[in-house]
Design a protein around this ligand. Structure first.
Ligand code: ADP
Length: 470
């Protein structure tokens, strides 16, 4: 899994959870709001009913007083009670009529109206006490009963609404606790994933780097966790393996150079031993070849050390060219002449154009390249094999081709020939080497704006062609 995917998945899950919780809570709150409004309306209705009852009572009482006393003050109080009754009746009518309360509302309205109609004539003339008391019409009882029924219905409705609110309240509580628990679990799960797939692999990677830095070259990072971290671990492991391989090869080069230096040094030691101060000097005709041999072996050591230093410089990226115009024919000739005395077992041929082939180059570096190509052609050819050096002019380029009829190189290996330390398995068995000559040759050719091309067939031979702009 990729880091981006893990982050996106965790964020999306947590966001979905939060959204779900928020919408649940919003819905719950809206429902509660509706129920509370409903309860509030019911309280208003209950108050209206009670007000009606109070004014009905007051109307009845004042009507009885009027019947007993004919006092205008009681008549005014009765009329005021009647007005109040009508006002509260109007208030009651303004409440929303539902299927449940429509009948009870209608009954209250009807009974109160009937009561008022029945009471309309009573008390206009004075009555004795008993008669006035008995003047209470049965309409009043029916109005009270209707009001009580409506009150009971409203209280029952309020009870149901209250139960609903309680239920929603409980549900909201459960939902918010559940959502909190789910969010906590989600966060813990995300943290666990981060620790398992990010933190753990990072610590292992860090530990592997520390171990490698402390000198344990076999330290490798475990390749687990997220894709990006796995890729880093793979890259680190590949780099560590490449560095190990490079170190192994460098040790091999050192061993090889030490081994190669031993031969000229042994020859030097042997020759110098004959000139020890305690031994008489040999006659001049023997002394001169000995001194010449000392010079040759010292020059060989010097060349080997110079080559090694060149490679070290090229590895460090320093390649200083001292360019001058030289005829490519001369450069090729010098190399062939250099090898001709030593390569007695091979046929060395040279093919030059008649026209001069002027080249702006660093002659020492180009000589180094040609040396390497000719030395390889000899090294990887059997005794008696022909090695041909040919100079030609092709358009804006001068080419110097070195061909042999040696072991040749397989097509797959040809692609890797110019890699540092690469040695083709087939030719590697034929002669010793470290795989740096062609790498250095290509760097030098490229520094001159040129290139080296190779054509080869296993068992038939190879041609390495140096192309340089003229
Ligand atoms: P070295 O010769 O020291 O191994 P080079 O860089 O000069 O290193 O050559 C790299 C490899 O290319 C050699 O090991 C050999 O396998 C192959 N090679 C180079 N020149 C030839 C050649 N003329 N014929 C066959 N193989 C060659």
């Amino acid at each position: 899994m990729k880091l981006k995917t893990l982050a996106a998945a965790s964020t999306a899950s947590l966001a979905a959870l939060a959204l779900l919780t928020a919408s649940g809570l919003t819905l719950g709150t809206a429902y509660m709001d509706r129920e509370v409004t409903c309860l509030f309306n019911m309280v208003r209705e209950v108050r209206t009913i009670m007000e009606l009852e109070v004014h009905l009572l007051s109307h009845e009482r004042e009507s009885a007083r009027v019947a007993l006393t004919q006092h205008p003050e009681h008549a005014r109080a009765r009329d005021a009670a009647e007005r109040e009754m009508k006002r509260w009746l109007h208030e009651l009518r303004s409440n929303p009529v539902t299927a449940q309360n429509a009948g009870a509302f209608g009954a209250v309205e009807l009974e109160v109206e009937r009561y008022l109609a029945a009471r309309a004539g009573v008390g206009e003339r004075a009555l004795p006490v008993l008669e006035a008391q008995l003047a209470r019409p049965e309409e009043a009882d029916r109005a009270y009963a209707a009001l009580e029924r409506l009150l009971a219905a409203k209280l029952a409705e309020a009870k149901v609404a209250r139960a609903r609110v309680d239920a929603v309240n409980r549900l909201s509580n459960t939902m918010s606790h559940g959502a909190a628990a789910a969010l906590l679990t989600g966060i813990l799960a995300a943290l666990w994933q981060v620790s398992r797939r990010v933190y753990g692999p990072l610590l292992s990677l860090r530990a592997a780097i520390d171990r490698y830095a402390a000198g344990s070259h076999d330290a490798r990072a475990p390749q687990g966790g997220l894709d990006e971290l796995r890729e880093i671990a793979v890259a680190f492991n590949e780099m560590a393996a490449a560095l190990d391989e490079q170190r192994r090869r460098q040790l091999g080069i050192l061993a090889s150079v030490a081994h190669d230096l031993r031969n000229p040094l042994a020859a030097l030691k042997l020759t110098v031993d004959r000139l020890r101060p305690d031994r008489p000097l040999p006659p001049e005709e023997r002394l001169r070849p000995m001194l010449a041999r000392i010079g040759q072996e010292a020059a060989r050591c010097d060349r080997m050390l110079t080559d090694l230093m060149d490679i070290a410089r090229l590895e460090g990226g320093e390649l200083e060219l001292r360019c001058e115009v030289r005829d490519a024919r001369e450069l090729a000739e010098e190399v062939v002449e250099l090898y001709r005395p030593a390569a007695t077992a091979h046929e060395l041929g040279l093919s030059l154009p008649e026209e001069p082939a002027p080249l702006r180059c660093d002659p020492i570096r180009i000589g180094q390249v040609l040396n390497n190509l000719v030395a390889n052609a000899i090294k990887y050819s059997p005794r008696g094999g022909a090695v041909q050096v040919a100079v030609a002019r092709e358009g804006a380029e001068i080419t110097i081709a070195v061909s042999d009829r040696g072991v040749g190189i397989a097509a797959d290996d040809q692609r890797r020939l110019f890699e540092r330390y690469f040695r083709a398995p087939s030719s590697g068995r034929v002669a010793s080497g470290v795989g740096l000559g062609l790498w250095a040759a290509r760097r030098i050719a490229e520094a001159h704006g040129g290139r080296i091309e190779v054509t080869s067939a296993p068992g038939k031979g190879s041609t390495f062609t140096l192309h340089l702009p003229c």
